[in-house]
Design a protein around this ligand. Structure first.
Ligand code: UT7
Length: 333
């Protein structure tokens, strides 16, 4: 049986740090409010001219090097994003150009669950024998698409820019045990409008974007925060348990639980509800904010770098986001 092994990880955030105090200059908010409600202390924003594919490339090159590979050894690129570089083609194509070659690439849009959805796709590609080495990237540039005024403050203060990447490789060594053991994916489209950006979109006629839509700020994200919060804390434990069951892993045997980085209160709530000890979790939204599809691979790269994931570690990952979409995976490193 072919196993799907994560062999390399990488992450990148732009240099520009934007603190909660910096946001106080732009809108009616406070460092205290942001920390209390979300746990976030700062986030990184791109510099003028810095592109999503700049972030994706830096994270991808790190992951490829960490796997001991050259870019031309990658067979396929899956890039999860909700903030693409252009309307089309996807950011993955701009990344592919930089890495060289003609390998297939595509963007996957499942918002904050996008990385775990992409992990599921990469796992299937590898286990089916279609590709041997798949690069999975989560990449977001949110700072250019949020309403940085008091009107947009409920969403704007939460998000940051960043990219994370992993390499998933086929492994058929009979003595090997590393594997992506399970990936469970869920969605509930009836709540699509509880957290969304509606414009530009081909649902608008005769044109996708108008001055009026911009004046009404319909090109900025809108969220019913409390509603999203309640669903996140319900769905995340459900999916986490389901992924553990499918993997045949008992909860106490998990070494590290990684959650999407939307809100520290959500993650603490989920950890408490599931009686997960705090030392088995880690969060980085304090430093990076919510980087949607990039959040989990950024966490993975940091955990690897700092030695909290080692060969043999059992890692559980769970996310929830717009769509609604939610997902969970269990990996034996
Ligand atoms: O990544 C995708 C998934 N996303 C999530 O999981 C996000 C889930 N939701 C949340 O994390 C939380 O709902 C938020 C952090 C977004 C908001 O926290 P909350 O405790 O639900 O606050 P709220 O939206 O109910 O707002 C409370 C008050 C309101 O004022 P009034 O009506 O009580 O006077 C807001 O207007 O806080 C006000 N407010 C702010 N005040 C200062 C909203 N945003 C801000 C702000 N600064 N940035």
């Amino acid at each position: 049986m072919i196993r799907a092994k994560i062999t390399g990880t990488g992450m990148y955030v732009p240099d520009r740090v934007v603190t909660n105090k910096d946001l106080e200059q732009l809108m009616d908010t406070s460092d205290e409010w942001i920390r209390q409600r979300s746990g976030i202390e700062q986030r990184h924003y791109v510099e003028p001219g810095q592109l999503p594919s700049d972030l994706a490339e830096a994270a991808a090159r790190q992951a490829i090097e960490d796997a001991g590979l050259e870019p031309d050894q990658i067979d396929c690129i899956v890039l999860a994003t909700l903030s693409p570089e252009a309307e089309f083609p996807g950011t993955s194509f701009f990344l592919q150009e930089r890495l060289g070659g003609h390998v297939p690439c595509f963007d996957l849009k499942a918002q904050c669950s996008g990385f775990l959805y992409s992990l599921g796709v990469a796992r299937s590609f590898v286990k089916s024998g279609q590709y041997k080495r798949v690069l999975v990237v989560g990449c977001e540039v949110h700072s250019t698409g949020i309403d940085l005024t008091t009107e947009g403050r409920d969403v704007a203060v939460l998000f940051g820019d960043g990219a994370g990447a992993i390499v998933v490789e086929a492994d058929d060594d009979p003595d090997g045990r590393s594997d992506i053991l399970s990936v469970v994916l869920h969605a509930e489209g009836k709540y699509a409008k509880k957290l969304w950006i509606e414009a530009p979109g081909s649902g608008f006629q005769p044109t996708r974007i108008t001055q009026e839509l911009i004046e009404e700020k319909r090109h900025f994200p809108r969220m019913q925060g409390k509603f999203v919060f309640k669903h996140a804390v319900t769905r995340m434990p459900e999916a986490l348990r389901e992924a553990l069951d499918e993997a045949g892993i008992k909860q106490p045997d998990v070494d590290l639980f990684l959650f999407h980085q939307a809100n520290l209160r959500i993650n603490e709530f989920v950890a408490n509800a599931m009686e997960i000890p705090p030392e088995k979790t880690r969060n980085n939204m304090q430093r990076y904010g919510n980087c949607s599809a990039a959040s989990i691979p950024m966490l993975i790269a940091e955990a690897r770098r700092e030695g909290s994931i080692e060969p043999g570690s059992i890692v559980s990952m769970t996310g929830f986001g717009s769509g609604f979409s939610w997902a969970s995976a269990v990996v034996r490193w």
